[in-house]
Design a protein around this ligand. Structure first.
Ligand code: DAH
Length: 344
């Protein structure tokens, strides 16, 4: 019996050592300590022993059972620790790995250009004014001294909704609306950004919908030199201190006199190149002194008040500034185009 118990113990220890999962360890437990296990078997056979032998073998059997139990428990602990360690190793996060990039959006380059110009004028005391994109014939044309029959009112050029309503063709109606709201009292000093619409066929330089920024300053004693000084600040802000401006006589029904402003060509420095069509100058905007008719129609006394106005296209400005060759890039929202301007 004694030998049998010793060999059971050896056998158990070998099997416990060999067990490498909780499952196989559990099998060992059943095999040796279970109801039909080897130790139980020995204990059952004790009846056959002599009185003297019984307590000795009984004690030995208990000792062997306790030892086996203890070493199974020890092994179970070890296996559990190993399992935890393996899991930790598998789930380890390498904090030194670079993160996955998140794609953030940014303001559209056209919006940035508009904001930049707005900010400049806000700094000079202008307020931002807005008007409707669906405009009346009166504000879009008539209040701006565009008489009936003027070519710009042609159905070819404008999106009419009814006889009297159209998609505004420029931001100039905001001038007339704001003047009206001031009821004949100056000063009026506004900058008006917004969308405008024309019946143009889209190509590299035309779009049926684009943006404009209008400026208007009406007060007593406003002269051409105020306009020139303001436009000079604008041109240098947009294109750099070394840019020069030139005012060319022009015609707009709502200004008299009217001018167009050119800036000196940055590409050739005035020598002439394809960007400036070999003139050394690039046209940027239209401007002039507000026509007395426009002031009077809005209830301003044109003997007391004078003013200047200007209108420009942010697309054109951005195209010149960043070398964008097709106006359609602004509206087709190709991310490869847009993201180039996130840092500017
Ligand atoms: N409204 C004109 C256009 O769309 C631009 C313009 C020219 C606006 C001269 C003005 C101005 O305020 O004075 O072509």
């Amino acid at each position: 019996m004694k030998e049998r118990l010793q060999s059971i113990k050896q056998e158990a220890i070998t099997e416990i050592e060999a067990a490498d999962t909780q499952k196989s360890l559990q099998d060992v437990r059943v095999q040796f300590l279970g109801k039909k296990g080897k130790i139980t078997e020995v204990l059952k056979g004790m009846g056959k022993l002599s009185k003297e032998e019984r307590p000795v073998i009984g004690q030995l059997a208990n000792e062997v059972r306790d030892e086996i139990t203890a070493s199974i428990e020890e092994k179970a602990d070890l296996l559990e620790k190993q399992a935890i360690e393996e899991q930790l190793k598998a789930e380890t996060i390498d904090v030194t790995l670079p993160g996955r990039p998140t794609h953030t959006g940014g303001p559209h380059i056209l919006m940035k250009t508009i904001r930049d110009i707005e900010d400049l004028f806000i700094g000079m005391g202008y307020e931002v004014a807005e008007g409707p994109e669906v405009e009346t014939d009166y504000y879009n044309f008539e209040a701006l001294n565009l008489p009936k029959g003027h070519p710009a009112r042609d159905m070819q050029d404008s999106f009419y909704i009814t006889e009297e309503l159209l998609m505004r063709t420029h931001t100039s109606p905001v001038q007339a609306r704001t003047l009206n709201a001031h009821e004949g009292r100056g000063p009026v000093k506004i900058i008006c950004p917004g969308k405008v619409y024309r019946r143009d066929t889209d190509d590299a330089t035309h779009s049926h919908q684009f943006t404009q920024i209008e400026g208007l300053y009406v007060d007593e004693h406003i002269t051409m030199s105020d306009l020139k000084g303001t436009l000079n600040v604008l041109a240098k802000h947009l294109f750099g201190e070394d840019r020069e401006i030139r005012l060319r006589p022009s015609f707009f029904p709502f200004t008299e006199p009217s001018v167009e402003m050119d800036i000196s060509c940055k590409v050739c420095n005035g020598d002439g190149c394809s960007v400036c069509k070999h003139t050394g100058w690039i046209e940027i905007l239209g401007a002039g002194l507000v026509h007395p008719n426009v002031l009077e129609m809005a209830g301003f006394d044109s003997k007391k008040y004078t003013g200047f106005a200007f209108g420009m296209g942010p697309e054109r400005i951005a195209m010149l500034k960043y070398g964008i060759e097709d106006i359609r890039h602004f509206y087709t929202n190709d991310v490869r185009f847009l993201k180039q301007f996130h840092q500017v």
